[in-house]
Ligand binder design. Structure first.
Ligand SMILES: *Cc1c(COP(=O)(O)O)cnc(C)c1O
Length: 424
């Protein structure tokens, strides 16, 4: 398609957008009494308008039923996590028995590392991307220390080649092979939070398995953003959060995946709680933990109903539309954003997109390396009601989100960039 950087062209794309109706189902914050141009869905997705009703319904249920709410009504709290399972399974390409929603992301990462990072003196290394999201770095550092290893020796970070910003798949695979039988765990983001690179998860998992290692993925920036096939890709375990591309609200719950070949293994060590115990026996309150089969066997606690309710509301959209249609718009919207940025770029803006140019290697995100005026440009955008985020030292991240961003939003972003020179 031949793009044009005009408002008329952007509006034409909006008119034929099959997802156009979804935009009106979200609340947009206001800036000077007008809806902002929101490109921060990679950090905190916008609020669906029906989320309030889902939370109010649980407040009413509590008011009306008290403790009986655990067993009564359409969505009894005792089983509440199950009301999120099929949607999450479809979202990440898993069987229902392989996923559960519980806790928050970093907590779940640690809980799964209890089962899946079991280093020995010979096989103890963790291979991960350099510059992973800090929480993941701290998790790996503290896990290796917990097992008595020096993180400097245990953690192998794969960095881009000099002068490059993203990783080459071949470099990732070579690195895994090079460390071979010393590798206990390979853990990658599905989509890197900084560059927006979508890694070739299937190949990474395959190579990790070839050297006898376990393979996990952190899907914080991938879930709800790119199509996933965790079961077929043979991923051992995965975690994601629900408040970025999945719009479940601040601190929203996390999903986790455990491949069925592990879910059936009740001998896997784990930290246990009553909600992971064999369901029929749970209320006998007896000694002796018997894990449930599947991902549910990793649960500790009963569900945080209000945040789960918000997640039930928001994931409806993904379930209704499907990741295929979301991906289709995502590719077009990102390509248009890339075109607009390249069209308006000039000396003084000095914009350099570091996200991969090929659609298959990225999600709904462009990360733009800026020059000297970077922070001033970012502040100027904010003053024009364009919300994106700033990552030190000099990157502007933008997430054009298929469910609520329009092509006109993208055009507005270009206009706001150009107007930087009006004030400079
Ligand atoms: C957003 C994000 C987190 C956040 O973790 P919480 O435990 O939900 O606070 C962790 N890891 C990655 C890769 C993220 O993108």
């Amino acid at each position: 398609m031949q793009f044009e950087n005009t408002v008329a062209f952007a509006q034409t794309l909006d008119k034929v957008d099959p997802l156009v109706e979804y935009r009106s189902k979200f609340h947009f914050p206001l800036h000077q009494n007008k809806p902002v141009t929101y490109f921060c869905g990679n950090s905190l997705g916008l609020q669906p308008k029906h989320t309030r009703d889902y939370i109010l319904a649980e407040l009413d249920h509590w008011a009306k039923e008290g403790v009986e709410g655990h067993f009564r009504g359409e969505f009894p709290w005792m089983y509440y996590h199950k009301f999120l399972t099929p949607q999450n399974a479809r979202l990440v390409g898993a069987k229902d028995s392989e996923v559960v929603v519980m806790n928050t992301l970093t907590t779940n990462l640690h809980l799964l590392l209890v089962s899946f990072y079991r280093p020995t003196p010979k096989r103890f290394k963790i291979i991960m991307e350099a510059g992973a999201f800090p929480s993941d770095q701290y998790a790996m550092e503290s896990q290796s220390k917990f097992h008595g290893f020096d993180p400097e020796q245990a953690i192998v970070e794969i960095a881009p080649r000099t002068g490059e910003h993203c990783l080459r798949t071949e470099d990732i695979l070579d690195n895994i092979k090079e460390h071979g039988d010393e590798v206990a765990l390979v853990i990658f983001g599905g989509v890197n939070y900084y560059t927006g690179q979508f890694y070739d998860i299937e190949k990474i998992v395959e190579t990790a398995h070839e050297v006898g290692a376990v393979a996990g993925v952190d899907l914080a920036h991938a879930a709800g953003n790119v199509p996933l096939k965790l079961h077929d890709w043979n991923v051992d375990f995965a975690v994601w959060c629900s408040y970025k591309y999945l719009n479940a609200g601040p601190g929203g719950p996390s999903g986790l995946f455990v491949h069925e070949r592990h879910g059936k293994n009740s001998d896997l060590p784990r930290f246990a709680g009553w909600w992971g115990h064999h369901e029929a026996e749970r209320f006998k309150m007896e000694k002796g933990f018997i894990p449930m089969e599947g991902a549910e066997g990793w649960q500790l606690s009963n569900a945080q109903i209000f945040s789960f309710a918000a997640y039930r509301a928001s994931i409806e959209f993904h379930d209704e539309v499907g990741m295929e249609a979301i991906r289709k718009k995502s590719e077009l919207l990102s390509a248009y954003l890339e075109f607009v940025v390249e069209s308006v770029n000039r000396p003084g803006l000095d914009l350099n997109i570091i996200t991969p140019k090929t659609s298959k290697d990225r999600g709904s995100q462009l990360s733009i390396l800026t020059g000297e005026n970077g922070k001033a440009i970012f502040d100027h955008l904010a003053s024009r009601g364009v919300i994106c985020d700033w990552r030190e030292p000099n990157v502007i991240r933008l997430a054009p989100v298929p469910l609520y961003n329009s092509f006109e939003d993208v055009w507005k972003f270009g206009e706001a960039l150009v107007s930087f020179f009006d004030i400079a």
